[in-house]
Design a binder for this molecule. Structure first.
Ligand SMILES: Nc1ncnc2c1ncn2[C@@H]1O[C@H](COP(=O)(O)OP(=O)(O)O)[C@@H](O)[C@H]1O
Ligand SMILES: [Mg+2]
Length: 461
């Protein structure tokens, strides 16, 4: 290929192209004679003076100090070098070789300022990343003592950081966030990392205790305080949690009447049992949690503002799972591992199934995810879980009311409920017993036992 044999049009076209490039472009033939260059490469030189001259001549004339093009021709390979120190120009000469002979060398000169800026940015982000990594490791090392918590997202790391600070100060804490976001797990992190970790952690679900029992449950009662009261009297949760942590869950549901009594205990740090005559001093760190905004409830007159302020000493807001999608896959891995252990299975989620789960909105947050992973593991026939199966479990069989019913009773109850539901669905779909067995991955004997257990036997079967 001889550049000089190109037509006028081709040459003009090449010139136009290289003029569009910001970097300096310099083309020589296989002998080192300059055949084309763009304005940037030309600099202050006269085009006519450079074009058609050999690089050796130009070096002799003192126009150039040396030539990377010549070096590239000699070495028959790409060479790269910083041209001069002051301006930081990176020059790259690339030979075009045909039939073992260098036909052309394209030399590209690039100002390094922009590159330097980019490098600096990369260095900075790498440093930041390293800082984050170290922080995450640190957080894991302090937190992961007894609590298995996933915190890949910056949001969750921030939450855990706050929890550790609250643990250090031993202050009262108010944790808010939608249901299932991990309020209780954060309360436990505070507890496990505080000086109170060797004393009790008592969790009380305020919405589960009838109003009439709140006082005796929380403050206790003396012997014979009321009919039906135990002979010996009973300590309330505040006393039981002494020197430890009292976790008041769903505090937003506490009746207004009782809120006044709680406020007094928090102010005085002492409780009086029902039927008692003396105040009992208590040393308890109270961590309250709510899935509704207490500020909103206070504004609506459904929660005492003074109690709200007293609880809100150290607020922690846990964002919903859909706002921290980076936690989703690590959470799935964690739950898969634990359920595989529990059920002695070897299930794995396929990439496409993980994609489906990452796009899902998770109205029930981590709790919903945990339940779903368990349900999928129990119902998938294959070891590798497909996106089809996930979609089916996510969008078809479950309805809101059914989910609520799962939240009653022990885990075993919930699993049995799910199992019954799944078998029932499959029985509707697969009319032939052998198909049904295959679809469920159960032997006939096991299936029959379960059908009997759940009273699913139809007369026709
Ligand atoms: N970041 C997390 N890492 C691991 N498990 C989590 C995390 N957040 C929540 N969970 C799990 O999800 C379930 C629901 O969390 P929980 O703390 O009870 O939520 P909340 O009290 O906000 O309703 C629990 O089984 C909990 O262990
Ligand atoms: Mg909870």
């Amino acid at each position: 290929m001889n550049f000089n044999e190109f037509s006028k049009e081709t040459k003009a076209c090449i010139r136009a192209i290289i003029e569009c490039i910001d970097d300096g472009i310099f083309i020589t033939d296989g002998e080192g004679t300059v055949v084309e260059l763009n304005q940037t490469a030309l600099g202050a030189q006269q085009r006519e003076h450079i074009l058609g001259k050999n690089m050796r001549e130009l070096i002799e004339e003192g126009i150039y100090r040396d030539s990377l093009s010549l070096q590239s021709i000699k070495e028959k390979q790409k060479v790269t070098r910083f041209q001069n120190e002051e301006t930081e120009i990176l020059t790259t000469a690339i030979p075009y070789i045909e039939d073992g002979k260098v036909q052309l060398v394209v030399c590209c000169e690039r100002e390094m300022q922009e590159l330097e800026i980019m490098k600096e940015q990369i260095r900075n982000s790498e440093k930041k990343l390293e800082d984050y990594r170290r922080e995450l490791e640190y957080l894991r090392s302090v937190v992961a003592k007894d609590v298995d918590v996933v915190m890949e997202s910056d949001e969750m790391q921030h939450v855990v950081n706050l929890a550790l600070t609250a643990a250090q100060y031993g202050s009262r804490v108010l944790i808010q966030g939608e249901t299932g976001v991990g309020k209780e797990i954060i309360a436990k992190i505070i507890y496990k990392n505080s000086s109170r970790r060797n004393a009790p952690f008592i969790a009380v679900n305020c919405s589960a205790i009838p109003e009439s029992l709140l006082e005796s449950e929380l403050f206790g009662y003396e012997r014979g305080a009321f009919t039906g009261a135990s002979e010996k009297g009973k300590k309330g949760y505040f006393e039981l949690a002494n020197r430890g942590v009292l976790f008041l869950d769903e505090i937003g549901d506490m009746p207004l009447n009782f809120q006044a009594k709680l406020l007094r205990v928090l102010q005085e740090n002492e409780v009086m049992r029902i039927g008692g005559k003396e105040m009992i001093p208590i040393d308890v760190q109270v961590i309250a949690a709510s899935n509704k905004s207490l500020a909103d409830k206070a504004a609506a007159g459904e929660f005492r503002s003074d109690l709200f302020y007293r609880l809100n000493t150290f607020p922690i807001l846990i964002p919903p799972l859909r706002a921290r999608k980076r936690d989703i896959v690590p959470l799935i891995y964690m739950f898969v591992q634990s359920f595989n252990n529990k059920y002695e299975t070897k299930k794995m989620f396929s990439l496409s199934s993980l994609n489906v789960l990452q796009r899902y909105e998770w109205p029930g947050n981590v709790r919903e995810l945990e339940n779903l992973v368990e349900r999928i593991i129990l119902t998938s026939k294959e070891d590798i879980i497909t996106d089809e199966h996930v979609k089916q479990m996510l969008f078809f069989p479950q309805r809101e009311e059914e989910d609520v019913s799962l939240m009653e009773g022990t885990l075993k109850d919930a699993i049995e409920k799910t199992e019954k539901r799944v078998i029932k669905k499959y029985m509707e779909r697969y009319k032939s017993p052998s198909e049904l067995e295959q679809a469920l991955g159960l032997s006939r004997a096991t299936l029959n036992r379960k059908i009997l257990k759940y009273g699913l036997r139809e007369d026709t079967r």
